[in-house]
Structures are given as structure tokens and as C-alpha cells.
Ligand binder design. Sequence first.
Ligand SMILES: Cc1cc2nc3c(=O)[nH]c(=O)nc-3n(C[C@H](O)[C@H](O)[C@H](O)COP(=O)(O)OP(=O)(O)OC[C@H]3O[C@@H](n4cnc5c(N)ncnc54)[C@H](O)[C@@H]3O)c2cc1C
Length: 320
Amino acid sequence: MKEIAPGGVHVGLDLAQASSWRIGGPADIVVEPENFEQVAAFLRLMGQRPEPVLVIGETTNLFFDSRGFRGVLLRIGPKLAQVSIEGTRVRVQAGARVPELVRQLAEAGLGGISHAGGVPGTIGGLVLMNGGSQRKGIGTHVASVLVADADGTLRRWAPPELGFSYRHSALQGRRAVILEVELELESALPADQIAEIDAIIAERAAKFPLDLPSGGSVFLSDPGMYDVVGPPGRAIETAGLKGLAEGAAQISPKHANFIVNLGTASDDDVLRLIATARNKVRARTGFSMACEVRHVGPDGDLRVAHEVADERWPGLDLSE
Ligand SMILES: Cc1cc2nc3c(=O)[nH]c(=O)nc-3n(C[C@H](O)[C@H](O)[C@H](O)COP(=O)(O)OP(=O)(O)OC[C@H]3O[C@@H](n4cnc5c(N)ncnc54)[C@H](O)[C@@H]3O)c2cc1C
């Protein structure tokens, strides 16, 4: 591994310290490649080995099992974050951080993606999730994506194949690694773009509990439920669950669709709150909320968190 990515191999990294939500145990190995050849060589090597592999960016949309991770995490982060601009066309390596990227592009007179200016994480993670804010997704501005397949083969995907829909892309659920994203943006006045980004960030800071580790919105907004009972945050609040704590995890008193880590939360603490919120809202409204956040099991199983919560505690309601 050290031959493939010299200087980019970490053994026994504590995910409770190193991950965004500060939840997890030790990860056997984390590899951080610094060029596409290293990623391809890594994938070829791991294709012949039994250990599970999971690609991560900044871990802002997932949390790890507190027992840790018995495999290899492939981190596409700051070592793969170059940006090149040609007119309104931008090529960016997948590890670039979104808030800094959006601001850099705004300063260069490029707009269209200011809605993502306050979304933490990497552009690779954002494209995989078709993330964004204000009901928009990055997919609208993606011209192509360079992807390494599980056998290390590199191929460029065009938009129809990428299958973007709300918080979804066709790249999900595959062992594909996003290496580079090509964006087609709009010419814009830098001052206007910066003002828009600043306004969005200020609005988010007023609304969301950004002072504590969290995974962002835990549950996805579903249009059918929205029309009848509103967004998940309102449904959870109306069910009386705002502020409910389990261990060191808490349904945020500031925004009920966020679960914050008050210090040493375990994956069980978060999963119990997810089970309770889901069961209580279902009992009151008939709607089953689905999670946006993912749970990573010790053997690399990446699953939407409510599936794991349902399995561990069917019918749990901590508020009773
Ligand atoms: C406070 C807070 C606020 C948030 N607000 C929003 C919001 O407004 N809108 C929104 O959409 N999201 C939001 N999120 C969720 C999260 O920021 C996004 O989903 C983000 O795009 C994930 O990027 P990441 O690099 O952290 O990915 P990770 O969490 O590391 O990974 C997420 C998924 O992407 C995969 N992945 C990551 N990088 C790659 C790659 N290079 N190639 C292939 N697969 C990859 C992982 O395997 C995993 O399946 C928020 C999160 C937090 C903590």
C-alpha cells in the first residue's frame, strides 16, 4: 500500500476523531492517493484482496459503526483537489471542498451553483448525492464525470448516463470512484455571486446547529409528506421530539432534522434516535421517513441509516 501511495497511508486512524460526525472506532487502513494513477493502482490491488473498500470524501453524509472499520478507506480529499477554469467550463478534481470551490468560482465570475456554497464536503461526494440546497442539485451543472471503475479502468460519464434526480445519481451503489468533475457554469458578476453565497450561509447559520458535529439533514424530504405534514424537521418537532437525547446524541433543539453529537456519541445513540423519530412520526402521520445519511458497518456495508436502525430496534420509541 505504501508503494502505491507513499505518504498517504494511515493505520488505525480513530474515526471518532477523524470523521465529520465524530462517531466510529479505529479504521484498519486509510489511503489518500495524490494522483489518478495511484487510485487506479490501488483499485487493481484491492481487486485481488478480500478486505472491504469504501470511498470517502469528507465523511459529512455518513457515520461509522462504533466498532470501527475492518478494511481500507480510500480517501479522495485535499490531495486531489486541483481546479482549472476555461471560460465557463471548469475541471475540478473530486477531493476539492465545495464551500471553497463555489467561492473561488464566484470570484472568477462564474455562477449557477451558489446554492451549494454552504454545503460541507467534497465535490465528488456532492456529485454522487446530487447534493445542493434550496431544492437544487449540482447535477444541473455537471457536463461530465471522470470515473475509475472497480478494476481501475478510467472512463468519462456524460449526463444522460449519470441519471441525476433528487439527491440521487446513477453512480450510487457502485464501486466507482469519482476522480474529476467537469462543470458548465454561467457568467456572473463576482460581487453578486459573493453576496448570494454570503446570504445563503447566514441563513443556514441561523437555521442549523452548525456549532456541533452532525450529519446535516438526517431524513430526506418527501414531496407527498411535505404537502400533508411538512418537511421532516417539522414532523419530528410536532411529534414532540426536539431536544430528545440518547447517550451523547441529541435531536437538535435548533432544528429537529439534525442529530448532533454532544461529545462521545456512539452509532447506537444516533440509530436509536433515528428509530424513535421514524416510528413516532409514522404512528402519528402514516408517513415513513427515509434517511439521507448513511451508516457504515464494520465490514464496509454502506446503508441508509434507517434500515440499520429498523433492524436493531423495530418499533422503538424512546419518548414513551
Ligand atoms: C452541517 C451539514 C450540512 C449539510 N447540508 C447539506 C445540504 O444543504 N445539502 C446537501 O445536499 N447535503 C448536505 N449535507 C450532507 C453532505 O454535506 C453532502 O452529502 C456532501 O456532498 C457529502 O460529501 P462528502 O465529501 O463529505 O462525502 P462523504 O460523506 O465522504 O460520502 C458520501 C457518499 O459519497 C461517496 N463518495 C464520496 N466521495 C466519493 C468519490 N470521490 N467517488 C465516489 N464516491 C464518493 C461515499 O462513498 C458515500 O457514499 C450536510 C452535511 C452536514 C454535516
